[in-house]
Structures are given as C-alpha cells and as structure tokens.
Design a protein around this ligand. Structure first.
Ligand code: F0G
Length: 467
C-alpha cells in the first residue's frame, strides 16, 4: 500500500470503529480488520463513525453550507455524490477514493403515480440514474475504496445482478480483479451483460442467490479477497449518503415517509443509518418513517414483521435471534429474489426506530405500479416498483395519509430488465412457481401496434389513441 494511503487509513482508524450491532455483545474492532461479521458472536457489524467527536459535529449550518458549495466544484472528490459528504465517512484524507461520479441523482415529482397511490403528491428518488444504473454504485464506491486501503487483490460478491455490475465497474476503475457469483439463469440479460463488459470473472452457480451468498462467506476467508456484499459495513457507509442527498434535496426538512424495496436489506439498513446520523448531528429535526417493501414470494422479513410484538421489540433493541428464511423464493423482480437476507436485523431495527413498516406486495401489484411509474416518464426496474405498490397499500391501510410528504426510492434503471417490461406491455408476462405458470395481467399495458407502411395508416393509429 502506498505510504500516503497507509497514513490516511491509520488516522481514520483512530476515530471510527467497527462495532457488533448485538447490544449484548457490543464487540469493537478497528477499521483495518478485514472482517464481515463479529468474530466474537457472529453478529452483523456496523461502522461507528464517532461523528459526535469529529469535525462534522457542532455546527450543522456550516456543514450544510460546505456541502452545498461543493456542487460548484470541479474536483472529482467534490463531484461524487458519495465523497462530497466525506466528513460523515470513515476514511481520513487524503482518501484513495474510487469514483465513477455516483450519486447526485434526481428527486422527481410523479403526479400519475401519486394519484395511483391515493396521494396528493409523491416524489421518486431515482437511484437508477447512477453510472451502472442502480443504487449499488454509492456503496461500491466506498467498499472498493476500502479494498484499496486494505491492499486486497480481488473483490468478490454474490449478486442478483446489480451488485455484480457495480463491483465489476468499480474494480475495473481501481485495477482490482472482480469475481461475481450469480445464480445461473436467474439474472436479467442487461445486468449480466454489464459484468461481462466490465471484465469481471463471472461464475454462474447452480443454485439461488442464497446459495451464492453462502459460498461467498466461505471464499471470503482468503486474505487476498475482499467481500463487498452489503454485509460489508463499508458498503453501507457509501449507501447511507443516499439519505444525506434526500435531505439536502428536501432542504433539510425531513419528509414523513421514505419507502425502499427490500432484498438483502442493505438499502433499508443504509438509509436508516444515514437518517439517524443526521438526527444525531441535528442536521434534521426528526426521522422520516422508513418502510421496506418485499415481493410476496420472497418476503421473510415482512412475514416476521407481521408477527412481531412491537412493544416487546423495544425500538429494535430486542429483536428475535433468528428469522425463518424462505427456502425457494420466487418473484419476477429478480433483484430482490432473496430468501435469507443477511442484513435483516439492522434494517428491521431502523424501521422500528423510525415507526415504519415492512410489508409485501404481489407480482400483479409490482407490474402495475411499474407501468404507472413509466407513465410518469420515469421508469424503473421491477424490484424498484415494489415501493409505489407498497405505498398504495399503506395509503389504503391508513398508515400513510393523503397529504403527507412521501418519497419512494427507485433503486434500478428500467433498461436493467427490458424483457420484463416488453412482456408486461404485450400481456405475455408470467411467473413459474410451484410447478405452474402464473400470468401477470398487463392492466396498464401499452401494446405495440402493427401499422401498415403508409402515412394514412399511421395518422389513423394516432387518431385512435387520441380519443
Ligand atoms: N432494488 C434493486 C434494483 C436491487 O438490485 C436490489 C438488490 C434491491 C432493490 C434490494 O436491496 O438487497 O439492499 O435490500 N440487489 C442485490 C444485488 C441483492 O445483488 O444486486 P437490498
């Protein structure tokens, strides 16, 4: 490792630590320790950035001004939507940061989707506008930077496609080897194409995502290898900047609700951590309610949540020790086809502390919500549309009120899974599960029309659609 890098990492290690999230254990470890779970109890780890004692504390207004001023800078470290918030990250300067200019994603108003949900207004934070087309880029920027700090040779992950694409791209930028474990035949063509094009070693595994995740934990023992799944707490550090950006775009007035999709539960974890840190530093006055939405066929956390005694769970400080996994998860939203999410405890704790919900939505609800987001001229991949489908359900259940300020986080770009979109609009979408084919009706479909190759036929087709 270059001397400068070693000095930077050394200074960071003095402030921040890795901490076991289990309050009974509370194990504390240095930032340079290449660990993913607590060596003492096997619990999940998070980074305690010691922000209260850092230069980020004390003057919220100055910090806000400093971040705002970076929008006018041309320095790569200021232009990145992750590193512009570097005061909040566990890296000391000079940071050997790896960036593709992630973050800085739009927050769109979406009137048709709002009406569909029964809301006066709804905003969509579109993480699909990141360099590799998903929210994974923010976390990967931090995780690959940590891989550089640690002097790793190879970065690896298990993935349903997007993490792999982000890893492949960021590893290529950093000159590291990338290796990705993908469940064979269960990844959309667009995502697979990205990993191939960015030069990763693509291992197609006979099994599902949870099998890949199990294998990754075995492979990760090798000291030259760095695991960058969201179990890696540095990934979460990068992803928590999405929470900072949302608040900056809301002029530091917390919205009432923020809703995210749930797969491996890293996203919910990261946003929860980001909001909590802003509250601790008095950059916001209250937490938004954070809710997570899963697909019905892959909803172990929603199931657990439905059976949970909230009072007993004590704001997430007293969570059940285990969660029943879904053995054979199924959903066409392949991004979130996960039966044993590794970060369920951290995400559940964040949801409970904020007063949010974890719910599940059906394949039909996902498909229709996705089409509605498309009608707003925005679009997203199926996994992301769980948010709008979930918001509609939460409004119907009176958990969200019509006039409240609601933000859905869209996690991936529409072109990530173009086959799904085309099939929905042609009304040929179907899911194979339990030995049968289950059709999803294209209720808001926009089927292509075969039109004769002459002007009048084309004008006629337009006229038909006008009425
Ligand atoms: N949305 C998209 C588009 C995703 O790719 C994922 C996860 C999620 C939502 C769920 O986020 O896992 O943090 O709860 N994709 C992972 C992957 C699993 O390998 O790309 P989560």
């Amino acid at each position: 490792m270059p001397r400068k890098t070693a000095r930077a990492a050394g200074r960071a290690a003095k402030k921040a630590v890795q901490r076991c999230v289990d309050p009974q254990c509370g194990g504390v470890y240095g930032l340079r320790e290449r660990i993913y779970i607590c060596p003492r109890c096997g619990g999940t780890l998070e980074i305690d950035c010691a922000l209260e004692s850092s230069r980020a504390a004390g003057n919220p207004a100055a910090l806000r001004r400093r971040w705002a001023s970076r929008a006018a800078s041309h320095e790569p470290i200021d232009r990145s939507g992750v590193w512009k918030y570097r005061e909040m990250l566990p890296f000391a300067e000079p940071i050997p940061f790896v960036t593709l200019f992630e973050g800085n994603t739009p927050l769109y108003g979406a009137s048709r989707s709002a009406k569909y949900c029964g809301l006066d207004a709804l905003r969509l934070k579109h993480q699909g506008c990141n360099p590799t087309g998903s929210f994974k880029d923010t976390g990967m920027s931090a995780a690959i930077t940590q891989a550089v700090v640690l002097g790793a040779k190879t970065a690896v992950c298990a993935s349903t496609g997007n993490t792999a694409a982000a890893l492949a791209a960021y590893a290529a930028r950093a000159g590291l080897q990338a290796a990705v474990l993908l469940p064979r035949g269960q990844i959309s063509a667009g995502k697979l194409a990205q990993s191939l094009d960015y030069g990763a070693l693509v291992c197609e595994i006979d099994g599902n995502f949870d099998d890949c995740m199990r294998l990754i934990q075995e492979v990760g023992d090798d000291p030259s290898i760095y695991v960058v799944n969201s179990i890696n707490p540095f990934r979460i550090e990068g992803q928590k900047t999405i929470a900072f950006e949302i608040m900056e775009q809301c002029r530091w007035q917390a919205p009432d609700h923020v809703v995210v999709p749930g797969g491996n539960m890293g996203n919910g974890t990261a946003l929860g951590k980001g909001f909590q840190e802003l509250l601790d530093l008095r950059l916001i006055k209250r937490l938004p309610k954070l809710s997570v939405v899963q697909a019905e066929g892959a909803a172990p956390v929603a199931r657990l949540f439905a059976a949970l005694d909230r009072r007993k769970a004590a704001n997430g400080d007293n969570l059940p020790a285990t969660m029943d996994p879904v053995k054979h998860p199924h959903t066409l939203a392949t991004a979130i086809k996960i039966g044993a999410p590794v970060s369920w405890k951290k995400a559940l704790r964040a949801v409970l502390r904020s007063g949010g919900e974890v719910i599940a939505v059906s394949e039909q609800e996902i498909g229709d919500a996705k089409a509605m987001i498309g009608r707003d001229g925005i679009g997203c991949e199926p996994g992301s549309a769980t948010t709008v489908a979930g918001i509609k359900k939460l409004v119907a259940a009176k958990k969200i009120r019509r006039g409240e300020n609601v933000i859905a986080v869209l996690t991936g770009h529409m072109l990530k899974d173009a086959d799904y979109v085309a099939n929905y609009h042609r009304d040929t979408l179907a899911m194979d599960a339990d030995g049968a084919s289950h059709p999803i009706h294209g209720a808001f479909r926009n089927t292509p029309e075969r039109v004769a190759a002459n002007k009048s036929a084309i004008l006629e087709a337009m006229e038909r659609r006008r009425s």
